[in-house]
Design a protein around this ligand. Sequence first.
Ligand SMILES: Nc1ncnc2c1ncn2[C@@H]1O[C@H](COP(=O)(O)OP(=O)(O)OP(=O)(O)O)[C@@H](O)[C@H]1O
Ligand SMILES: [Mg+2]
Length: 611
Amino acid sequence: MEDSLLKLKNTNTKDAFRYSYLLNKMYPYIKTVLGRSILLILLAIPLGLLDGVVAFSLRPYMDFVVNGNEAQTFELMGHTIRLQAFFIKLIPFAIIFFALVQGLLKYICNYLTEWTGNKMSNHLKIDLFRKLTSMDTKFYDINSSGLVLSRFLTDPDQASKKLIETLKSFILAAFELVALVFVLLYNSWKLAIIGVGVMAIAITPVTLIRKKIKAVSNATMVVGGDMTTNFNETFAGNKIITAYNLQGNQNRKFDGQIHKQFDLAMALTKRVGWMSPIMYFICSIGIAIVMNYGNSLILSGEMTAGSFASFVTSLLLLYKPTKSLGLTLTNLQSTFVSMARVFELFDLMPEIKNKPDAKILSNVDGGIEFSHVYFEYEKDVPVLKDFNLSVRPKETIALVGNSGGGKSTVVNLIPRFYDVKSGSITINGIDIRDYDLISLRNAISFVFQDNYLFSGSIKENILMGKPDATEDEIFNAIKLAHLDEFLGTLPDGIDTIVGERGASLSGGQRQRVAIARALVKNAPIVILDEATSALDNESEAIVQQAIDNLMENRTVFVIAHRLSTIHNADRIAVLNEGELVELGTHSELISKAGGRYKHLYEMQFGSSVEV
Ligand SMILES: Nc1ncnc2c1ncn2[C@@H]1O[C@H](COP(=O)(O)OP(=O)(O)OP(=O)(O)O)[C@@H](O)[C@H]1O
Ligand SMILES: [Mg+2]
């Protein structure tokens, strides 16, 4: 098996600069919000232009109203109106109107930004989650939960909300810039050349640091992922942490991660933080030159004082959009880094999937056959070596053998948690890889040693075996799993909430809930992997009846360390180091002198046991 196909890279560098590739991938998500995004852009244009209006109106204000020529008048409905007085009366209204329009536009723009950004991010997250649930067991084996979680917690938002926000601020800044440059040119093209030239120099450093931003952003994500893993482990492993006094270890790990995060944030600030002061400094040089030159233009009468005031105001206002254009570039870069990470997860393909012409497995009336099965989890570490086993219809097969010998592996191959490396497993004579996965898994009830219960009620957990089970079926399953007595002691009975991971139940109770789940499923193949290991002898004897009920008239694989639980099996298969070493009934194997099973049996029950 080739790991790289399913393994998320800690730092994905390969796609972060392939902008058109990423935008192409992003397009389906952009498309869903295209209408409102265009509206957003259309509204951002006048909003951007408004800054220019303020600077622009300074010139007539200064030249007309402040230094106004009283003689200018005009006629309105028979009245002679003095222009200066008219403007003075008009200005307060204009200011209020201006603020109103600006406020309204801002509100609508912000609303649209949030709406489109969140919608897009949600679509991404929904598809990403679908991707996650479609991945196979191996994906979960080799990727840490923290790393995967970070692809959900930050990247989709960065890839979509930030994209929209950046787009909005880009349009705003660009049109602010256009309007202000227009005002500059309108007032004095000579001064404008100096001003704009200086601004252009000021933003160049911004374009040089995108690689650094990407590196730091990736490293930050890795630390974030490690931290989440640490949180998860602190939860899942809290008993072990307490029992072995590992709190110090966990704390140290966490401290290390926090410090690393701090160092990374500071590294970014060190590299990026100087940009703004430098831009400011370069701009101040520009303004100094403009001031100096502007004075001489006013003195020589080439420019009015109002014109100059308007010019300088525009130039000062120009700093904000210039800076935000610079930021646009860096933000856009981190958006693309996030996109690359999101689509890296999208591009992973589960190895275990349906063939195009997959058959539906409806009746399991034939046998199950393992022939020449080789399997490995990690490359060149064989776990099953030429494993052959022919299970007859409705037979109960017990798998025994040394720990780590491959028993769980054998049964994990049946529902295709993993696929064989070579050889084949057939049901009804057809390779399980030719069956539709859903139908294959529908045909199997699996009870694990360490059964996972989902947060929710006991009933909900049982219903996972068969969502449309009737009350009778549930009642039956509970009875057969010997859960009824226990449920009777709970105030909420079957509706009792079990807590995350079923934490509020004992190990044996969890197992019985899992057995009830398997019973309602009523599948023709039953796999019991250490299903009663958490029960005491008495409960086991009781649950054994439940299991016998579960085994009736079905093909059953049962794995148990306690050999007393497998007495009833039709045949026993003994595995050692991934190889089938013995196969036969209990009495056949126990009478085999020097046999492996006989040895295991005597170890458990003493050599005096009579067969
Ligand atoms: N997800 C995995 N990734 C890598 N190696 C694994 C994985 N699961 C099991 N193995 C390895 O495969 C071998 C067989 O494991 P398996 O779980 O099948 O043994 P087992 O017979 O069920 O043992 P036990 O009786 O202790 O449950 C072991 O060496 C184990 O380390
Ligand atoms: Mg096992």
